[in-house]
Design a protein around this ligand. Structure first.
Ligand code: ZN
Length: 428
């Protein structure tokens, strides 16, 4: 990776521009002046600055991940805001919303301010989410309004669910007038029990305790019904099962204010890949059956699932080398996200512009962030990628402090070449 400051004037020439707001793809140029978008159009003049010939590659909005764990404060050996930013850039992401399940959790206005200040000079835009409950214990709500004032963009106890339905009700009630979503990790812990992988043929075959799909869908159902009842704003993270998809479809038809995300790994792998007991495939919620995977792909294509989010969850090698039952769930995902999703979804006949939307405007809209990044005067947040490049994901592509990913050795499609973010240009 090389990093340089943007010149005063930079013209990106001969680009295939995807504008996910106007839903247009066209050949053109982009002029950046003093780090801001000056013009997006056809045959723009060079203007005496530097020119990069993009040679027909795609130029579009920088990607936005609304579900990442950067482990700071508390586990800086796994990831920091700084190392996480580098992983994000390598994946084409210029905006990342970070989950509050750090040690201690981000559950106060002061801790939100700490993160905002710490992230100020990093090369990507980092937006903190605040915990729903104090200490993520599921009992007492945090000071949501003050946390929003300090820069929180959503509330989540992710890592653990809000098990108590009354607490979930109050969280949705308080967050709604603040205009931000409540994001509940939907796994009923009493149904999950000691489960390790999806409950089905493979859990029996491998002798691992199963996690039934209803552990997710029963809580998705509860959250949707409570959100509908109190007119709340609900976002459902990392959907893993067909049953959850059907509930979200129903909720959207009823006009419930609900959105949903899917991870690259739930779109890419099935429980059959667990045949070698690879702890890098142990995630929460678990990777499910081929039937579920196909339902997730269709739902993303149809817009029932709104966007992709990585659930980037770094862990040390020692943690992941533990016996399967003891290894913590989670895998890193920023660097491989686009290549994995575009490989799977292009294979299913999905249009590139739809996938770009799922990485750009849709996640930004869910979080209430400005989403029309081509508007004149907007700080340039762009990604340049080759949608046709096939490449094998290797350890050298990882910029995270951690290495826990089952994507190493996988052939992916779509490679990030250049990222422009916060006045800098990064080349890979
Ligand atoms: Zn989660």
């Amino acid at each position: 990776m090389t990093a340089n400051h943007l010149p005063k004037n930079l013209l990106l020439k001969n680009a295939r521009i995807i504008d996910p707001v106007k839903m247009k793809e066209f050949e053109g140029d982009i002029l950046i002046r003093n780090g801001n978008i000056e013009a997006v159009g056809v045959d723009l003049p060079e203007d005496g600055g530097e020119t990069i010939n993009v040679n027909g590659k795609i130029v579009t909005h920088g990607f936005c991940d609304i579900h990442a764990h950067f482990r700071e404060p508390g586990r800086e050996d796994k990831e920091t805001l700084e190392s996480g930013s580098k992983a994000a850039l390598a994946g084409g992401f210029t905006t990342v919303c970070v989950m509050p399940n750090t040690d201690p959790p981000i559950d106060s206005p002061e801790s939100i301010r700490f993160l905002v200040e710490k992230a100020e000079n990093l090369p990507v835009n980092i937006h903190p989410m605040g915990a729903v409950t104090m200490g993520q214990k599921g009992e007492h709500l945090t000071e949501m309004a003050s946390m929003i004032q300090e820069g929180a963009v959503a509330f989540s106890d992710d890592g653990v669910p809000v098990m108590n339905s009354g607490v979930m009700r109050r969280a949705l009630e308080y967050a709604a007038p603040l205009g931000v979503p409540v994001i509940n990790h939907a796994e009923d812990l009493t149904l999950k029990g000691e489960g390790q992988i999806n409950e089905g043929d493979w859990s029996t075959e491998l002798g691992l305790a199963g996690i039934p799909d209803v552990s997710e869908s029963s809580m998705v159902s509860r959250d949707i019904q409570v959100a509908e009842f109190v007119k709340g704003r609900l976002h459902i993270p990392h959907i893993s099962s067909r049953k959850s998809v059907e509930l979200i479809r129903w909720a959207k038809e009823q006009g419930v204010n609900v959105t949903a995300e899917v991870t690259p790994h739930h779109l890419y792998f099935t429980d059959a890949h667990l045949v070698n007991y690879d702890t890098n495939l142990k995630v929460a919620p678990p990777i499910r059956s081929e039937k579920d995977r196909l339902a997730l792909m269709t739902a993303l294509k149809d817009g029932i699932i709104d966007c992709v989010a990585t659930d980037h969850a770094p862990h040390t090698i020692e943690d992941k080398e533990a016996p399967f039952d003891w290894a913590p769930p989670g895998m890193i995902g920023l660097e491989s996200a686009f290549g994995a999703v575009w490989k799977v979804m292009s294979g299913a006949g999905c249009e590139l512009i739809e996938i770009v939307k799922g990485f750009t405007t849709k996640p930004r809209t869910i979080m209430g962030l400005a989403s029309d990044l081509f508007q004149k005067g907007t700080p340039a947040e762009l990604v340049i990628f080759d949608p046709d490049a096939e490449w094998v994901f290797q350890a050298k592509h990882i910029h995270s402090k951690s290495r826990n990913t089952p994507f190493i050795g996988e052939r992916l499609k779509g490679k990030v070449l250049t990222v422009i973010s916060k006045g800098m240009i990064f080349q890979f």
